[in-house]
Design a protein around this ligand. Structure first.
Ligand code: SF4
Ligand code: SF4
Length: 383
């Protein structure tokens, strides 16, 4: 593919190319390089949508740091993920992208399930974002087919038909559980799922490959969270950090998989942004593997991989993997607000259980997470 082809295809997707070195194609073959040693924007195709997305996108999160988002847009990162469920996220983001809408791809999500609610969320998102369409409309956090009733799919299709959403999909943590449903339904253009070196990487590869083969664009989330060396639980006595390159290595690991179109790490500082940006054009190395292996061991007892391979069932009905994830929002993202909002969405009878009342836990983690200790901490912190 030459640069003219690349530009034409990109413009066909309704976007303009940024003025930086560009690498394109699923195989990461260079198109042109102004400076071979400089980090470059790399595009991948988002499944059958045909959208050319940068391998490193941006998870806007609850409270985006506007200077960092603006710099990312200027650097050419073109994929931005937000949600109606992230408080002021869309509103703050809208202030950054004024006059730049044609340079970026926006994905947003609705956490609701009824047709009218989802369509209401879509209209609100458009109003708040200051745009007449989003590129992708997701249902937010669906890990069970029962969470995707027919009327929610109908809402997505209405949104798509009206032109308010160009493409549709949903986000999930347990893609293995959802793949048969996704393929049988045949309605979704994209799926966003957890995928990363410690986070269920090997558990999810087959499922992701099946989606890719079906032409469904796959977006990886929660790619770097556990790899920054940040663990609030041990902040008084932080573990030795071999260096700060964990997130870079983590994104490079994910981008080795050609079935992944883009990633959506949250970035809060310019150095974080610049480091993540490099992951698009740097190769994954044995040193990266060594670093990730070391970091993976450091976080082993505390970080739930979201693999859903827990052995046993809680007799008191706790959704263990979900609760561990909520605690991770605090301990690994440093986002207490998100942790407590998620925890308080649980049913009252679940929130009232105290794991400290059990002599031992009925559930074992094959990855070595200390489940009972972690849940006691979650209940002390969030209940
Ligand atoms: S507790 Fe362990 S087995 Fe269960 S989801 Fe987390 S990492 Fe997987
Ligand atoms: S310790 Fe918690 S998760 Fe484990 S069995 Fe008891 S209530 Fe369930």
């Amino acid at each position: 593919m030459d640069s003219h082809q690349s530009r034409r295809q990109f413009l066909q997707a309704g976007l303009a190319l940024p003025a930086v070195g560009i690498v394109s194609s699923d195989r990461l073959e260079p198109v042109f390089q102004e400076n071979p040693s400089a980090p470059k924007v790399v595009y991948r195709t988002l499944g059958k949508t045909g959208l050319k997305v940068t391998g490193v996108g941006y998870g806007i999160g609850f409270v985006p740091v506007t200077d960092v988002v603006a710099r990312a847009v200027d650097m050419g990162i073109n994929y931005y993920d937000t949600s109606r469920d992230y408080g002021e996220s869309e509103k703050i983001f809208s202030g950054v992208i004024k006059g730049k809408r044609d340079k970026i791809i926006i994905a947003t999500k609705s956490g609701r399930t009824k047709k009218a609610q989802i369509l209401e969320d879509l209209d609100t998102s458009l109003k708040v974002l200051g745009t007449d369409h989003v590129d992708i409309l997701h249902l937010h956090g669906r890990d069970n087919p029962a969470q995707v009733p027919d009327e929610s799919i109908e809402a997505l299709e209405i949104g798509k038909k009206s032109g308010k959403a160009r493409f549709i999909g949903f986000s999930c943590h347990d893609v293995n559980n959802m793949v048969p449903f996704i393929l049988k339904t045949g309605k979704f253009d994209v799926i966003q799922t957890t995928y990363g070196f410690p986070i269920g990487g090997r558990y999810r590869e087959q499922a992701i490959a099946r989606l890719h083969e079906a032409g469904i664009g796959v977006i990886a989330m929660k790619v770097v969270v556990a790899l920054s060396g940040f663990n609030l639980k041990t902040v008084e006595n932080p573990p030795a950090r071999p260096n700060g390159d964990g997130p870079l290595a983590g994104i490079k690991w994910v981008l080795q998989n050609p079935a992944i179109s883009t990633t959506v790490p949250n970035m809060r500082t310019i150095p974080q942004l610049e480091m993540n940006f490099r992951a698009m054009s740097e190769r994954y190395t044995p040193a990266d593997e060594k670093l990730l292996t070391l970091l993976n061991e450091q976080i082993r007892p505390d970080y739930c991989r979201m693999c859903y391979e827990c052995k046993g069932v809680c007799p008191k009905g706790l959704p263990v993997a979900d609760m561990l994830r909520f605690l991770s929002y605090n301990d690994f993202y440093g986002d207490y607000h998100r942790a407590i909002v998620s925890f308080r969405d649980l049913a009252r009878e679940v929130r009232d259980v105290r794991c400290s009342d059990c002599e031992s836990c009925a559930i074992q983690c094959p990855n070595g997470v200390h489940i009972q200790d972690r849940l006691i901490r979650a209940q002390q912190l969030l209940a």
